[in-house]
Design a protein. Structure first.
Lengths: 372, 298
């Protein structure tokens, strides 16, 4: 096979893609939609939680604490309540996400005995959000308490105050988690589904028969089918990176070259999966179903995009190890967010490369030079 | 050679010889095993037993060399519907190691008919034009042997006639044409034929040879009540078979046991007095009917 035949084949494949409006729409729009969807709609972050207050507003310590909470960028005031009995009503009417109740003679008690009662009430109907909000509020109160004691005694009392700092993601942004996940999901979906569907389509229309009868080696036919999707995934990879960096403000700490290398290895593995799917499916619908249900679901569940793998039963954790996307997502997190170099990702990269090699040889081996 | 799919015997012990530079027709109804034989001969499938050679090359061992020598037009329209006429041709020309310009002379006669539509998508062509385009694609690399699997199925009568004229010209340029068809009326246009039924060859030879071997004589019978007439005619002594054939019944009789007058008299006796019967020469379809019946008895 000369270069001419290979190029003609690639050109033909590109024509198929650009002439099918649906394909081009899926390929080009999907990454943008996914990033925006995950970034704004499926966000697990708590922004601007509404806090209701209950206590003596004329008490200066209460006043200071409320001011402090109100001025926090993640929290805002939902108003003062006359008595704690109003909290239920606030929660029911969805006017507040949490409430803070100060005890009687709060300031006096605090300054004299150093033991004042303060209560944080969260709306537990959404446990995840409630947990995050209550811990925000208690953190703010703790800091206020510390400041007050410093101002009173001029120096820090001996006490243990844990300061929690999340490295690489100080603001606990969920985009740090989903950007690598979405990148893995989209690259895998585009490469495997598009490849599988395009090969099965030729099976269905009978053009594969003609290609097989031609003197061109099947290996080259397959390789030429992969090239356009390789190019498309490069476009997607770049657009996700740009969106992540400029819209979601996810840092790119590590080397882009290393990140691109990992993406390339992952894309090769996904393309090989696509060929394997095309070998076992006889219609485009089957191929789409296998890729959609059989690949996307396990990738979503087992690659740690939604649930952390560490909290799964051990058997399922083993299962998650054979999913290429899991290793790719770990790589992206390490390189992009932690800024790790080649030496510290060599294990994941070689596992992924090994998978790509096995899948590629399996797919080339299973692709026949004849029908059936 | 033989080939079966699980329990179905697609072809059973077929043996055929096709001469160089002839149009060889494989005639048989749907499901007779024509496509299977084509796929085996075009190296797309392996036979369970037996062997085949094209231009002296073994279809299993030298399959890769054979792929350069043959042109293949599969049964259904197998080109890229979303590519234009010219894009399809260019693509297949390149895949078979040539260019459209280089082989323009070979396909000029057929291509010139579709050239006005060369920027039209293949999916938007009419049936006859699709078939011409497919033929161009199969011929673009100047093959020595052309395999055409039911090329005229689903094509209108005028285009079918055109198509056979084109095949005649292709043969003149020295290409061997191996063509299958379910239409018996196309049989007489082939140089030699093989009649295939249920995976077995029931007769071979030139159209004239096959017709000459036909042992009976044929009457085309017309009457008022065609279906009851068919049943009645089959009862008559000396009548071998009777089949409905368009607007008349083809009745095969043994000339040594009966004759036209006797048959007409008997039909009149059974309540069909106004029948007309005309002696006609047997066609390939009559031969096919007779041979498949004989083959069934054996």
């Amino acid at each position: 096979m000369t270069m001419k035949e290979f190029l003609a084949s690639i050109k033909k494949e590109f024509l198929h893609i650009f002439r099918d409006r649906r394909t081009i729409l899926i390929v080009m729009i999907m990454p943008v939609v996914q990033i925006i969807l995950f970034g704004f709609a499926v966000s697990t972050e708590v922004t601007r939680a509404r806090i209701a207050f209950c206590g003596d507003i004329s008490d200066p310590v209460v006043r200071r604490t409320i001011d402090r909470i109100e001025s926090n960028r993640y929290l805002e005031s939902a108003g003062m309540l006359q008595s704690p009995s109003g909290i239920t009503e606030m929660f029911r009417r969805n006017k507040a996400d949490a409430a803070v109740c100060f005890g009687r003679n709060f300031g006096e008690e605090y300054l004299s005995s150093g033991n004042a009662a303060i209560k944080i009430i969260g709306d537990g109907s959404d446990p995840n959000t409630a947990r995050i909000i209550t811990s925000y509020v208690s953190g703010v109160i703790q800091q206020e308490q510390q400041d007050i004691s410093i101002s009173m005694e001029g120096e820090r009392k001996s006490s243990m105050n844990p300061v929690v700092h999340l490295m690489y993601n100080p603001a606990m942004k969920s985009s740090y988690n989903f950007v690598p996940g979405v990148m893995g999901l989209i690259l895998m979906l585009i490469c495997s589904m598009m490849t599988a569907v395009s090969i099965v389509r030729e099976k269905e229309t009978g053009t594969l028969e003609l290609l097989l009868v031609s003197p061109v080696k099947p290996l080259w036919v397959i390789l030429s089918k992969l090239m356009p999707y390789l190019a498309l995934s490069a476009v997607n990879f770049i657009s996700i990176l740009l969106l992540a960096h400029y819209v979601m403000e996810v840092p790119v700490n590590g080397s882009i070259a290393l990140l691109s290398l990992s993406a390339l290895v992952f894309v090769v593995a996904s393309l090989a999966i696509g060929i394997l799917v095309s070998v076992i499916s006889s219609s485009q619908k089957t191929a789409m179903l296998i890729c959609g249900m059989g690949l996307t679901m396990p990738t979503m569940i087992f690659s740690g995009i939604i649930f952390p793998c560490e909290s799964m039963p051990e058997v399922l954790q083993w299962f998650s190890d054979i999913i290429p996307a899991k290793w790719f997502i770990i790589l992206v997190k390490k390189i992009m967010i932690q800024g790790d170099g080649f030496a510290s990702v060599i294990k994941e990269l070689s596992i992924l490369a090994g998978m790509a090699g096995v899948l590629l040889s399996a797919s080339i081996f299973s692709f026949r030079t004849r029908l059936q | 050679m033989s080939k079966s799919y699980r329990q179905v015997h697609a072809i059973k012990g077929i043996s055929l010889d096709v001469g160089k530079g002839e149009i060889f027709g494989l005639i048989g109804p749907d499901g007779a095993g024509k496509t299977t034989l084509f796929r085996i001969m075009t190296t797309l499938m392996l036979a369970d037993s037996g062997y085949g050679r094209i231009c002296g090359l073994d279809i299993v061992k030298d399959y890769f060399k054979i792929r350069r020598l043959i042109g293949y037009m599969p049964g259904r329209f197998s080109l890229y519907q979303d590519l234009s006429v010219k894009e399809n041709l260019d693509f297949f020309a390149t895949m078979f190691g040539t260019t459209l310009r280089e082989s323009y002379g070979t396909i000029k006669e057929i291509y010139s008919q579709i050239e006005p539509f060369r920027d039209r998508r293949a999916g938007k062509l009419s049936g006859g034009m699709k078939q011409k385009l497919a033929l161009c694609c199969a011929l673009v690399h100047k093959p020595s042997v052309l395999f055409l699997d039911e090329p005229t199925t689903g094509v209108d009568a005028v285009s079918r006639k055109d198509f056979w004229t084109m095949l005649g010209r292709i043969r003149q340029s020295g290409v061997t044409v191996f063509v299958s068809t379910p239409y018996m009326d196309e049989a007489s246009l082939c140089d030699r034929l093989a009649l295939i039924k249920d995976g077995e060859i029931i007769g071979t030879g030139t159209p004239e040879q096959i017709i000459r071997q036909y042992p009976y004589r044929i009457l085309a019978v017309k009457g008022r009540n065609m279906y009851p007439l068919l049943k009645a005619l089959r009862m008559i002594e000396g009548v071998e078979s009777c089949f409905s054939f368009g607007d008349a019944h083809h009745l095969a009789y043994r000339p040594d046991r009966t004759c036209r007058q006797t048959i007409l008299a008997e039909a009149a006796g059974m309540g069909f007095p106004d029948c007309t019967a005309k002696e006609i020469a047997p066609g390939i379809e009559d031969c096919f009917m007779q041979l498949s019946k004989k083959w069934g008895k054996n």
